[in-house]
Design a protein around this ligand. Structure first.
Ligand code: F6P
Length: 381
């Protein structure tokens, strides 16, 4: 059954890892849709993709009023909840029962497709990362194949990883960067007091944007990122620490992206580095004692908290643009709104998915900047 309607009906969900600023994006999209025509309706899905592919009566909110968007912008996380559905991905290689996986994937897709039809949506805005874009695109393709009808999908890049192709910045990245630099400054106080070493693991599953930018802005000793195998060569890292000691530094700080564990095929790499530093004879000789080393993980602390002004501004720009795109009568394909050189741009979702995750090499000079600013293996000045 398709609901009778006057204006357009646009669905909004936040999906995947939450990121600070998602609330501002929902608010901006909602307000733009209503300002365009008050008879347009907005449907909010709770808990991300789980809401879309779950029991409709408990998982969505209709007849949203302006008041629902008050007082949410300054809060971290996402007030409508988020979630992931790993089974929406194609069956992973080596999975023992691919048929069961495909069956489950088809079942979930079916529920989502029927829900979308029942709600009579004209467009859907998803605020999230690469996995969410892929999941939603898969659902929309199934919807269009089943009903021979178009449904506009508009993506808004929201992830602290900053790894989405088609945008210079993603919503949440700036806040996570500030949170991480704040943590580094606090770590420095204690590490400097004791003249110790710390290895800080930060989020970034496939890309090292957060680790690299926080490392530069926080002025650390060295950085380990998944894209640069030389960065996680432990001989190199130990040499950098030796150099720092030779130069009489009191704090030795290594920032490591979590994705290094996967890239190096060594889930215990941080711990291994800690042991190497503590038992390194050159370091012990330089310091006159072993260099005490701790491994800290910042984890969700970087992802939480009040969004920065910059993230809320980005969220407002992209939420506004996403609403315009979702209401666009002439939209022929799914797109993502992004920001490039301070301008709002639209990219075909197909291209965004093909080219994401965006890795550090994508036109960025940051790695070279880090190499010239941080301690190198043979630093002599
Ligand atoms: O997708 C963003 C991210 O922050 C990744 O860096 C990280 O691997 C992932 O979320 C972990 O999130 P969760 O614990 O919610 O699965």
């Amino acid at each position: 059954m398709t609901l009778k309607k006057t204006g357009k009906r646009i669905g909004i969900l936040t999906s995947g890892g939450d990121s600070p600023g998602m609330n501002g994006a929902v608010r901006a999209a909602f307000r733009r849709i209503k300002a365009n025509d008050p008879s347009h309706e907005v449907v909010l899905f709770k808990e991300g993709l789980n809401g879309l592919a779950g029991r409709l009566e408990v998982n969505h909110l209709e007849s949203i009023q302006r008041q629902a968007m008050r007082g949410i912008m300054h809060k971290g996380g996402t007030f409508i909840g988020t979630g992931r559905i790993p089974e929406l991905k194609p069956c992973p290689e080596g999975y023992p029962d691919p048929e069961a996986w495909d069956r489950r994937r088809a079942e979930i897709t079916d529920v989502a497709v029927v829900n979308l039809r029942q709600l009579g949506l004209d467009g859907i805005i998803v605020i999230g990362g690469e996995g969410s874009f892929k999941g939603l695109s898969h659902i929309i393709s199934a919807y269009e194949a089943r009903y021979q009808d178009r449904l506009t999908l508009v993506g808004v890049p929201g992830t602290i990883d900053n790894d989405i192709w088609g945008t210079d910045d993603t919503i949440g990245f700036d806040t996570a960067l500030n949170n991480t630099v704040d943590a580094l400054r606090k770590l420095r106080d204690t590490i400097e007091s004791h003249r110790r070493c710390v290895i800080l693991e930060v989020m970034g599953n496939s890309s090292g944007w957060l680790a690299l930018t926080a490392g530069i802005a926080g002025g650390v000793t060295t950085i380990m990122v998944p894209e640069k195998p030389e960065s996680y060569d432990l001989d190199r890292v130990v040499s950098c620490i030796r150099s720092a000691l030779q130069l009489k530094y009191r704090s030795m700080i290594v920032v490591m992206a979590e994705g290094v564990k996967k890239a190096s095929k060594n889930p215990r790499i941080a711990e291994e580095l800690r042991c190497r530093v503590e038992s390194d004879p050159v370091i012990t000789e330089l310091l006159g004692r072993p260099l005490e080393t701790r491994v800290n993980i910042i984890g969700y602390i970087a992802r939480g908290g009040q969004p920065s002004a910059r993230d809320n501004l980005l969220a407002s720009k992209l939420g506004f643009a996403a609403a315009n795109a979702a209401l666009d009568e002439g939209a022929l394909e799914s797109i993502m709104v992004g920001i490039q050189r301070s301008e709002v741009v639209w990219s075909p979702m197909r291209e965004v998915i093909e080219n994401s995750p965006r890795l550090l090499d994508d036109g960025s000079e940051l790695w070279d900047i880090a190499n010239s600013l941080l301690i190198s293996q043979d630093q002599s000045f």
